[in-house]
Ligand binder design. Structure first.
Ligand SMILES: [Zn+2]
Length: 367
């Protein structure tokens, strides 16, 4: 029963444990599926690391999804559909000689082979037929990526996409197939990719410029109104060892306008994350401040994750949920709590205490 329980009775709530903040997202469920046994089944022999790089390639998402389907045999090709029990003519509509399968339609069909040989693609003609289709497709993309030949990459994928679109036009709209039409389709999608790439660079440059122009604030009030009068400056820090999950908390009370320490303390504990140990340190430090009768606190700490959690809300990890809840309740008894995220050296004495507690040199100490 290694389950963290709330410190006070509270109602049940729905929690999605595969995301950090407990909220369901499609992204987190996809990551969960990939990390489980499903991954070996759907990804076949292609390593997860390859897919990771693949999703970062400068390709239109539509074309990336197309490649994913193509490599997972998930395109509704006639030969594939017939194998799945659908009564359909499995013959390739390009050559009318073989079954329409992924390797046939996109590479081995006599018509497609001819098109590959004459296509205006921005890289040297791929070696056809020498490798199994999946290896060939994956290796071609990997090679283009390693040479950062993005034009070649876009051509390669756009060509396959054009073959697919032309095949669909022929089946569903009785369109007449010609190399000119396929190359025109390919060129059209290359142009779209180039436009999208330009737009993406523009958005990125705008985003970067807005980031640099706005200076992120490093202080906020979590209790009380704006005030510059404080009883004490409270420094706290947490220490955590990921190997054995041992943790420690340390805090120091200091005069606001001098370095004189008024007291402090430390405690040893166990935590499941660095953030949890920071939250635990925060709670113990606040309780110590409450016991000492301080009401207007200027609080210094160095953990930016904790700062955004306390300032912007969110529940954080489930292990942090109860601590955050306790902290929010506890600060209500103070008249002022101003948080300030400071450089590590500013909280060095609290850090030293926390480290000693984590090492079990100091188990529980106040002064
Ligand atoms: Zn064919």
């Amino acid at each position: 029963m290694a389950l963290d329980r709330p410190l006070q009775p509270m109602d049940d709530f729905v929690y999605w444990k595969f995301s950090k903040n407990g909220s369901f997202t499609t992204k987190s469920s996809y990551a969960m599926l990939l990390s489980h046994s499903v991954s070996s089944r759907i990804s076949g022999t292609i390593p997860a690391s390859w897919w990771k790089h693949f999703w970062g390639l400068p390709l239109l998402p539509k074309l990336q999804c197309f490649c994913w389907k193509l490599l997972h045999n998930a395109l509704p090709l006639s030969g594939t559909l017939q194998l799945r029990g659908i009564p359909i003519d499995p013959t390739c509509v390009f050559c009318y000689q073989e079954r329409e399968t992924t390797d046939h339609l996109f590479r081995d069909c006599s018509i497609t082979s001819h098109l590959w040989a004459s296509a205006p693609i921005a890289f040297s003609s791929p070696l056809l037929h020498e490798k199994p289709f999946t290896d060939w497709f994956v290796d071609t993309i990997s090679e283009l990526r390693s040479f950062q030949n993005w034009d070649g990459l876009v051509s390669f994928v756009s060509f396959c996409w054009a073959v697919w679109i032309a095949r669909n036009h022929k089946i569903f709209r009785q369109a007449v197939l010609s190399p000119g039409v396929i190359f025109h389709l390919m060129q059209d999608w290359i142009s779209r990719s180039v436009l999208a790439q330009g737009f993406r660079s523009l958005v990125r440059s705008l985003r970067n410029s807005s980031l640099t122009s706005s200076v992120a604030s490093n202080s906020c009030y979590i209790q009380g109104d704006f005030s510059s009068t404080f009883d004490v400056c409270l420094l706290f820090d947490g220490a955590w060892n990921a190997q054995n999950l041992s943790a420690g908390a340390g805090w120091i009370f200091r005069e606001v306008f001098s370095d004189s320490a008024l007291g402090g303390g430390s405690r040893a504990c166990h935590s499941s994350s660095a953030l949890q140990s920071e939250l635990q340190a925060c709670l113990w430090a606040l309780r110590a401040a409450g016991r000492r009768g301080f009401r207007r606190l200027l609080i210094y700490f160095d953990c930016s994750n904790l700062f955004s959690l306390l300032r912007d809300g969110g529940n954080g990890d489930i292990f942090c949920h109860w601590l955050l809840y306790e902290i929010r309740l506890y600060v209500l008894q103070f008249s002022i709590c101003k948080l300030r995220k400071v450089p590590r050296q500013w909280v060095a004495p609290a850090h030293w205490l926390a480290t000693q507690a984590r090492r079990r040199q100091l188990l529980s100490w106040t002064f």
